[in-house]
Design a protein around this ligand. Structure first.
Ligand SMILES: [Fe+2]
Ligand SMILES: [Fe+2]
Length: 267
């Protein structure tokens, strides 16, 4: 099920909750930025493409989209990409050289006349907005590029700041301190296991760079919209992540136990 709600007057959230058995749920968000040249940020999960398209149609006619900012090429971000490109010949995909390369290994390569390449620090003008690309401090795919929208003051952070939750509110401010912190740290250990190896001082300076951006809101692909006053809490969770227990998934014995429990016939 993909739902929609507003994060701001001109920004819609398209969201679904993906359950991870035994752990919780992870929200999967895409965003529609309305304006003279509307932008879609990511395209939902491949497994939910039909639901995503109908939720998208409820907030905008996909034919009106001019830009698709593809934060990266993971399956929870590219679900409707081929369909949107086929349906809307004007749509251009903002991505990176690596993003084009990775999509070139799929059955839906990006035609070069449909892409607009950005690197961190570069600006893209989309109608009455200027979007500045940035490399989030935490990411799970080398082609990841988030951006800052000067008009709204919103930071689109891709997977960074995501959280494993038990239930998903429409505002991150409605999460308790513990749920937010534990959920963010746990997600970070799953999504970016390399954090356990980072130089803490260098990582703290990266996080400071985000603090200095002072966003009015953070829109993560895997966290409900977070108002700007939460930025110190969001960054503190990430700062704690390198010291957290690294994630180890269930092994074959645990899987067999789970399957047995699922298929056990009640006596
Ligand atoms: Fe990802
Ligand atoms: Fe993701």
């Amino acid at each position: 099920m993909v739902n929609s709600y507003k994060a701001a007057a001109d920004i819609d959230v398209l969201t679904s909750s993906f359950p991870i058995p035994g752990y919780g749920v992870v929200p999967i968000n895409a965003f529609v930025i309305k304006g003279s040249e509307p932008v879609l940020v990511d395209t939902g999960a491949a497994v939910q493409s039909a639901e995503f398209m109908s939720a998208l149609r409820s907030v905008i006619d996909p034919a009106d989209l001019r830009w698709l900012w593809l934060t990266h090429t993971d399956f929870d971000h590219i679900g409707c990409l081929p369909q949107l490109l086929a349906e809307n010949p004007r749509l251009k995909v903002i991505t990176t050289f690596l993003g084009v390369g990775i999509m070139g290994l799929t059955t839906s390569p990006l035609p070069l006349d449909r892409v607009y390449l950005v690197n961190p620090g570069e600006k893209v003008t989309v109608g009455n907005r200027t979007l500045t690309a940035f490399k989030p401090p935490v990411f799970d795919n080398p082609c990841t590029t988030g951006f800052y929208d000067e008009k709204s003051g919103v930071l689109f952070s891709s997977d960074c700041f995501g959280a494993m939750l038990q239930s998903v509110p429409q505002n991150a401010a409605d999460l308790s301190d513990a749920d937010l912190r534990d959920g963010q740290v746990f997600w970070a250990t799953i999504d970016s296991p390399w954090l356990a190896k980072v130089d803490r001082g260098m990582f703290a300076r990266e996080l400071d760079g985000v603090r200095k951006m002072a966003p009015k809101m953070v829109l993560s692909s895997h966290l409900p919209p977070a108002p700007g006053h939460m930025i110190d809490r969001l960054l503190a969770s990430l700062e704690a992540a390198p010291g957290a227990q690294p994630f180890v998934g269930p092994n074959q014995a645990a899987l067999e136990q789970m399957l047995q429990a699922m298929t056990a016939v009640p006596q």
